[in-house]
Design a protein around this ligand. Structure first.
Ligand code: 13P
Ligand code: SF4
Length: 313
């Protein structure tokens, strides 16, 4: 048995013993995706966390995702394999800054991208993901809407909805997607002339304008499955190639950027979640994600507001 097979078999055994599930983001390493009970995008995993009957949830993703799962499941033990796995977007907006904006625009609804700390989420009216942001913003009546922390996603939402957003903060960025440019896209197009380009809305508008498809990581998987095309350039974090290869066999996926071209191609935070850490997390039941009850309740309400708004559409 190889080292990876040993780790996977030990993880599977412990999952049964502890009535645990592993939720894995689409950007995880290949082995972590194989051992996950569910893989998905931020929205999908948040919903899965609400529906599970397991006693323990190991969240194989970055910390804000584990916090979100903990807020939605206060009766369950939610574990993060590495609580230092942060996110440049989440780090760009704290609750104090958001409070200042709320004071400046007291009547404006607050729409926050899920890549935010739980304390900021507790001050929001709606929590959106890359797959729900356009729908939520387009259904809001207000002329003034606070939106954060991703300025690129905000630009995309403005373009799709025709609404003007107050960006909170003005320049929040994902360190991976913000490094893509039109020039990089054009070079990739030249190299792979038969491939369609799929891009994540955390990318700059000049990249999204070049794309054949814009969507969340799950929406990309569905697009690749349904498309007649056989080759795709993937403008999102490098781990996504694992998810596509596992879920869409028989098609070819080229990352827009590789780590040879730029270290920024792989999210350093996502890369912190390894199979070894997932095993330790399950075995020692570390690190439990604790969210104060009142904060969890307020963040949960903002998430549920989005779900009920989407179900009315
Ligand atoms: P989605 O999986 O929701 O598309 O988000 C991508 C991301 O950057 C998560 O950190
Ligand atoms: Fe945050 Fe970007 Fe990493 Fe996603 S890929 S966790 S948005 S830094």
């Amino acid at each position: 048995m190889s080292k990876i097979e040993e780790l996977i078999s030990e993880i599977k055994k412990l999952k049964k013993e502890k009535n645990a599930i592993i939720l894995g983001h689409n950007y995880m390493d290949y082995g972590v995706q194989l051992v996950s009970d569910f893989t998905g995008d931020s929205y999908d995993l948040a919903v899965k966390a609400m529906k599970t009957n397991s006693d323990v949830i190991v969240f194989a993703g970055v910390y804000f995702m584990a916090e979100q799962a903990a807020a939605l499941n206060q009766d369950k033990k939610v574990l993060s394999p590495d609580p230092n796995a942060g996110c440049s977007l989440s780090d760009s907006l704290d609750a104090e800054t958001l409070l200042k904006y709320k004071k400046m625009y007291p009547d404006a609804p607050v729409v926050l991208y899920i890549n935010t700390s739980i304390h900021a989420k507790a001050l929001a009216d709606y929590i959106v993901t890359s797959s729900t942001a356009v729908k939520v913003v387009s259904s809001l009546d207000s002329d003034v809407i606070l939106f954060g922390p991703d300025a690129n996603l905000a630009n995309y939402v403005e373009k799709k909805t025709g609404k003007k957003l107050v960006k909170v903060p003005p320049n929040g960025r994902c360190i991976v997607h913000a490094s893509y440019t039109r020039q990089i896209v054009r070079l990739a197009r030249k190299k792979y002339p038969n491939a369609l380009l799929m891009a994540h809305p955390e990318s700059p508008l000049e990249v999204l304008e070049e794309a054949d498809f814009v969507g969340s990581t799950n929406q990309m998987i569905n697009f690749a499955k349904e498309s007649q095309a056989k080759e795709f350039i993937v403008a999102t974090e490098l781990g996504m190639i694992n998810a596509l290869q596992i879920q869409v066999p028989g098609k070819t996926f080229y990352p827009l950027l590789t780590t040879e071209a730029c270290a920024c191609a792989r999210c350093p935070y996502m890369a912190m979640i390894t199979l070894e850490k997932v095993l330790r997390s399950l075995r020692e039941e570390v690190y439990e994600v604790m969210v104060p009850h009142d904060v969890a309740e307020r963040a949960k309400r903002a998430f549920e507001n989005t779900m009920s708004l989407l179900s009315r559409k």
